[in-house]
Design a protein around this ligand. Sequence first.
Ligand code: DAH
Length: 374
Amino acid sequence: MLDQITELQEAGLRAVAAATTTDALEELRVGLLGRKAELPNLLRGVRDLPPDQRGPAGKAANEARQAIQSAIDERVATVAAAELDVRLRAERVDVTLPGRPEPVGGLHLLTRVRRQIEDVFLGLGFDVVEGPETETVHHNFDALNHAPNHPARDPGDTFYLAPSTVLPPLPAAAGAPTTADGGPLTRLLRTHTSPMQVRIMEREDPPVAVIVPGRVYRPDSDATHTPQFHQVEGLWIDVDITLADLKGVLLSFARAIFGEEREIRLRPHFFPFTEPSVEIDVSCHLCGGTGHRTDVAGHPRCGLCKGTGWIEILGSGMVDPNVLTAVGRPAYDPERVQGFAFGMGIERIAMLRYGLDDLRPLYENDLRLLGQLA
Ligand code: DAH
């Protein structure tokens, strides 16, 4: 039996040394030391031997079992380490590769442009305030020096609200549009952010320097007009504000949004609530103000500024003394304070800045388009 044990031990140790995978070693463990294996069988047979042989045979079989067991343990440790090495190499992650994050969404183009505009004016010392989207005819038109028959008051150009059952009735200017049955039209969806000029002066003493971003409404609908759109109003009133301040502020704005190379020009215009009134043009950022695309073969006429080199971006002017008077507060005595106002369309700025020729897609919530503008 001793020979048999030695033979089993040697064969076992050879097999273990030759095994190259942990799976193979597990099979060997079962095959050599498991319940049905030969060596344990021999061990069980020891008790049937003559008493004088039991001791040495049992000892030898036990030692053989232990030798095989520790050979397997050792070999498993080596083989497992090698296997781990192979796996680590195969499943290696290059942590220096750029990530592929799930899209988490982004700000709408109009929100981003609004924030850019706000940042520019915050940097120039203006506050950002908001105002009501439903307005009184008084704030939207009368206090802004619109004559009672001004065309913008026409119900074809303004969304009037039905007389309120909750809010007190307001007086209407003589000669202003009325309801079909002759009733007063005294509330509306604001057609511009300019009424906030009056509201701010009603509640705050000069000096005031504010911008007012917000929604405005007009019954217009085509490629460049939607019935609801966005404006940013600006107002700066103090004892010594001049047209030169207006030009400096709006030049800074134009350069921040359209590029440091830009120039602006003031073109005479008319608005009821500013005197003098100007429209501000910025030199074209597509052709560098030349009117011609020097970056395109044949140097064709620039389509954005229509060959003029200039693009209209906003209306502005010195606040009309009649507006200051309409505020009805001594602090805004037109003999003592003066200032400028301006108003721009956020959609227009966005279209110019990002080369869009139709603004309706901005409101259609098609992520394939909005994602490109993010
Ligand atoms: N409210 C004008 C509009 O909607 C824009 C405007 C022009 C605002 C001149 C101003 C201004 O403050 O001074 O067309």
